[in-house]
Design a protein. Structure first.
Length: 307
């Protein structure tokens, strides 16, 4: 099992060793891969402490001086606390990658102050932003490699917990913005991050589903590629899953594009209710309380397949 965070930072360290313009900014975070980055490239690492807004300001200044900046902090603080600073970076279209660590209920049992269930809408609504959400470590490493040579104003949303890679591709095409699993033609499931892995597991464990369902990992949800939309157009039935409140979810952004020419009853979106979760029941427990457990997802799959 691998950490998305360590895979991303380790690949970035390899790239930064050959490009002194790549710099890494951190807001009071520690990780094995980050410790290695500091050891190998001390002149390209800057520790800003618990001061996320200041970190983004520093990132802006460094980007304006020609640096390729990667900023790193916990999801609820580096996005929600710094929205105004990110807006300034967006205005200038600066090559700043903000690594958003611990999205959704990644910090389960830390309480709603540490949950990032509204962060997607902030990243998506900044003009000119590109938004990535990682579902496994191999994808995170490929994304780091791509952004180190093709810098852009973007956000890379990472899960906190380790996990197995969905499959070990030799080459992942980051430019396409998505990848797919299985080859069914009855139902398309669209997701990213933790719930993408849940959907993948549900289909993997049911051979009948594998012949009916195609699972799409929409790891770049802004902008959505025309290639992805063409593939989705082949499906009458679509299920969208996201570990975000409804008004910040994939569904709210994809509906206008996905619904064109379709029966709306055949396009469903499952997301979190518009409330705070205070229970200390672990991540899957929180998702169950919110109506996003495996049983609910499978029930919705069965409902759509039988239409």
């Amino acid at each position: 099992m691998n950490y998305q965070r360590d895979s991303f930072i380790s690949e970035l360290r390899v790239q930064a060793a050959n490009n002194q313009d790549i710099v890494f900014l951190s807001a009071d975070f520690g990780a094995p891969a980050l410790d290695q980055f500091i050891s190998d490239l001390p002149d390209q690492f800057f520790h800003l402490g618990i001061s996320e807004q200041n970190m983004v300001d520093v990132a802006i200044g460094m980007a304006m001086r020609g640096k390729r900046v990667f900023s790193y902090a916990m999801a609820p603080f580096v996005l929600m606390r710094c929205a105004e600073q990110h807006k300034l970076a967006a205005m200038m279209n600066l090559p700043i990658t903000t690594i958003v660590a611990g999205v959704g209920f990644s910090y389960a049992n830390a309480g709603p102050t540490h949950y990032a269930t509204e962060d997607l809408s902030i990243a998506m609504n900044l003009i000119g932003s590109t938004v990535y959400t990682m579902s496994d470590a191999s994808l995170a490493g490929a994304c780091a490699s791509y952004l180190s040579v093709s810098p852009e104003f973007c956000f890379v949303r990472l899960d906190r917990m380790p996990g197995d890679d969905l499959f070990s591709e030799n080459v992942i095409d980051i430019t396409s913005g998505y990848r797919s699993f299985f080859s069914g033609k009855t139902l398309a499931i669209i997701s990213h991050g933790y719930l993408l892995k849940k959907a993948h597991s549900i289909v993997m464990n049911n051979s009948q589903y594998q012949s009916q369902i195609k699972v799409f990992d929409l790891f770049r949800c802004k902008p959505v590629s025309e290639e992805f939309l063409r593939e989705i157009a082949e499906f009458e039935r679509v299920l969208i899953l996201d570990e975000q409140i409804t008004y910040s979810s994939l569904g709210i952004y994809l509906y206008p594009q996905i619904l064109r020419g379709r029966d709306s009853s055949k396009v469903k979106s499952l997301s979190l209710a518009d409330n705070y979760m205070f229970q200390n029941v672990g991540r899957d427990g929180l998702l169950s309380e919110a109506g996003l457990c495996d049983e609910v997802i499978e029930k919705e799959i069965e409902s759509l397949i039988s239409l």
